[in-house]
Design a protein around this ligand. Structure first.
Ligand SMILES: *Cc1c(COP(=O)(O)O)cnc(C)c1O
Length: 380
């Protein structure tokens, strides 16, 4: 008998692979940790990290709100019992009719980074809070956004004034990129925001809200800062940049709320020696759950299930599809037992985020990654 409910489920049920098992109690516990690390901040879970209904249920019960990217995520959160006031529409890329849809359902918190979108918000979401997202000159995260999102700080003041002139309530937002182990990125974001707050105030616009985004990293093969470390450095940066008058804070964590609550189980399809290298083909790959292995950005842990006491050796890890890009790791060094063979199982811990939600619908006829949720809000 195993104390960990995820492992117990895998042992007792021996579900078909590949599958993801998520512990909803662990999600709720992490939500409490995030809330106590950032007291007073509004926490808006980025739904794209894992939109499984039991995960959302656990977060609703924990008093967490939601960062939605569009109408489908929005409707899903309302269906799970979230209040419209606890939703933020954080995607700067949105259709006017989707803005109207959100406004009609009671959403009053948006993010924007371009003049046309600010105008759309003024028209279709009158009077709403709008955070202007700035792009930062900060260290890249493991999965960086490049220049896709955020306006230059020099343009942000114009957008703030534009929003205010349209009757919107402007604030500032940034997002340091997902899986960001460098707290300096937030320090740069907070300093950038403070400058914009002062410039807007000089123009007669008083801003009160700062959205610190998400990006908190979770451990795979390397250690990352703890939530407490992130929180204390961010608190110090706020004190430096906003001495004695800290703005109202919002956070949009995704990964850090769900990654560690999930274990993905996969099965070995084939092992083949090709020249110098031993290739291990799994029933999980880039298209049915491990999209974040792209460029080998996130290097998951692979733990053989059952006894494999003999020696290990280097492997290339690849997915099951007929696509040449469906190779997981050929540069990142991995070693697995030499005894590993067809039918053996491997567990990937820390995979509750950005796995099932990234799975394709039926590439090569393979179904999207199945999720089983255990614990108090579970469906398994
Ligand atoms: C994806 C996303 C997040 C969540 O990022 P994590 O790295 O999962 O914390 C937060 N805000 C926005 C706008 C996002 O697109």
């Amino acid at each position: 008998m195993c104390a960990d409910p995820v492992r117990r489920f895998l042992e007792d049920q021996d579900p078909p692979t590949p599958c993801l098992v998520v512990d909803t109690d662990a999600v709720a516990a992490r939500a409490r940790e995030v809330r106590s690390a950032f007291p007073g901040a509004l926490i808006r879970y980025a739904v794209k990290a894992n939109p499984a209904a039991p995960v959302l249920d656990a977060l609703v019960a924990a008093g967490i709100g939601f960062d939605v990217a569009g109408p489908a995520e929005l409707a899903l959160c309302l269906e799970r019992g979230a209040a419209p006031a606890d939703l933020a529409y954080g995607n700067p890329i949105k259709k006017p009719r989707d803005i109207a849809f959100a406004f009609e359902r009671g959403v009053r918190e948006f993010t924007s980074d371009a003049p046309a979108d600010v105008d759309h918000l003024g028209r279709y979401a009158p009077g709403s809070a709008v955070s202007i997202r700035v792009v930062l000159d900060a260290p890249d995260s493991v999965t960086p956004f490049g220049r896709k999102f955020g306006c230059e700080p020099a343009e942000a003041l114009d957008l703030v004034l534009r929003a205010a002139a349209l009757g919107l309530r402007p604030g500032i937002a940034f997002h340091v990129g997902s899986q960001q182990p460098d707290v300096a990125a937030w320090e740069i974001g907070i300093a950038t925001a403070a400058k914009l707050f002062a410039e807007a105030e000089a123009q007669g616009v008083a801003m009160t809200r700062l959205n610190l985004g998400g990006g908190f990293a979770t451990p795979h093969r390397t250690a990352v800062p703890s939530l407490a470390t992130y929180a204390s450095k961010i608190a110090a940066a706020l004190e430096t940049s906003f001495p004695g008058r800290r703005p109202a804070l919002m956070l949009e964590p995704g990964r850090v709320l769900v990654a560690d609550a999930g274990v993905l189980r996969t099965e070995v399809v084939l092992v083949a020696q090709r020249g110098e290298r031993r290739w291990v083909y799994l029933d999980i790959g880039r298209y049915n759950g491990l999209a974040e292995a792209e460029n080998e950005a996130i290097a998951y842990r692979f733990e053989p299930v059952g006894p494999h006491d003999g020696p290990a050796g280097p492997v290339v890890l690849a997915g099951p599809t007929c696509d040449g890009d469906d190779v997981l790791y050929q540069r990142t060094p991995y070693e697995l037992p030499l005894s590993l063979t067809t039918g053996d199982r491997l567990d990937l811990p820390g995979t509750g985020a950005y796995t099932a939600s990234y799975a394709s619908v039926a590439f090569n006829g393979i179904e999207p990654l199945r999720t089983h949720c255990v614990g108090r809000w579970g469906d398994a």
